[in-house]
Design a protein around this ligand. Structure first.
Ligand code: TYD
Length: 210
C-alpha cells in the first residue's frame, strides 16, 4: 500500500488556511484519495485539552512553557493520529504544524530555531511534512480578514502585538526560503478559487516528485 502524504498549511492569522484546507480536502475526495483534516494545536483528545490551556487568555505562559506545551500537543498528535494515518495510506492535511512553533515561539518568541527543533526531535522524532504550503497575504488584508472572523475576540496568541505578527511573517518566509524542497509559497490574494488553483499546483508538483 502506498504511504499517505503529509501536507501542512502555515501562515499568519487571517490568510485563509482553513478555507484552503477545506477546498483541498474536496479535491482529494473527488480524486478518491483517502484523507483526514486535522489542526494544531489539537487533533487528538489530549492535544485539544492542551489547546484550550494554550489559547485561553486566563493563562500567561512564558515563551519556554508555551513552546514545551505546543511540542507536547504535537507529540500526542503525531503518535496517535498523523503517523498511523500515513502508515495506513491516508493523506493528512494539517492546519499548522512544527513551522508555526518555529515562527511564533522560535523566531518571534525569541527561543531560537535550534531549541524548537530539539523539542520536536524529542517529542515527535523530528517528523517533517512532505509538503508545507505557506500562504502569504498583505498584512492589512490579513488583519481585516482575521478581525472579521474573530469579531474582536482573538485568542491569546492572535491578540499579541502587530510587531510580533510581523516577526512571525518574516520567520515563515525565511524558513520557506531556506527549504524550497519542502515549502511551496502560495500567494493568498484573489478569490478562494484562485488560491485553491495555486495550492493544487503545489500538491500536484509534490505528488509528481515523490
Ligand atoms: P487558531 O485558532 O488555530 O489560529 P489560526 O486560525 O490563525 O490558525 O489558533 C492557533 C494559534 O496558535 C495561532 O495564533 C498560532 C498559534 N500557534 C503557535 O503559536 N505555535 C504553534 O506551534 C501552533 C501550532 C500554533
Amino acid at each position: 500500500m502506498a504511504r499517505g502524504r503529509f501536507i501542512t498549511f502555515e501562515g499568519g492569522e487571517g490568510v485563509g488556511k482553513s478555507t484552503q484546507i477545506a477546498l483541498l480536502a474536496k479535491a482529494l475526495e473527488a480524486r478518491g484519495i483517502e484523507h483526514v483534516v486535522t489542526r494544531e494545536p489539537g487533533g487528538t483528545k489530549g492535544a485539544e485539552a492542551l489547546r484550550a490551556l494554550l489559547l485561553s487568555p486566563e493563562h500567561d505562559w512564558g515563551d519556554r512553557a508555551e513552546a514545551l506545551l505546543f511540542a507536547a500537543a504535537r507529540s500526542d498528535h503525531v503518535e496517535k493520529l498523523i503517523r498511523p494515518a500515513i502508515g495506513a495510506g491516508t493523506w493528512v492535511l494539517c492546519d499548522r504544524f512544527l513551522d508555526s512553533s518555529r515562527a511564533y515561539q522560535g523566531g518571534a518568541g525569541g527561543l531560537g530555531d535550534a531549541d524548537i527543533l530539539e523539542l520536536h526531535r524529542i517529542g515527535s522524532e523530528g517528523m517533517l511534512p512532505d509538503l508545507t504550503i505557506l500562504l502569504e497575504l498583505d498584512p492589512k488584508e490579513a488583519a481585516s480578514r482575521a478581525d472579521a472572523r474573530d469579531a474582536g475576540a482573538a485568542d491569546r496568541i492572535g491578540a499579541k502585538t502587530t510587531d510580533y505578527h510581523a516577526d512571525v511573517r518574516a520567520c515563515f518566509r525565511a524558513l520557506a526560503d531556506a527549504d524550497p524542497d519542502r515549502f511551496a509559497i502560495v500567494g493568498a490574494d484573489g478569490s478562494a478559487q484562485d488560491v485553491h488553483a495555486r495550492v493544487l499546483a503545489a500538491v500536484d508538483a509534490m505528488a509528481a516528485q515523490s
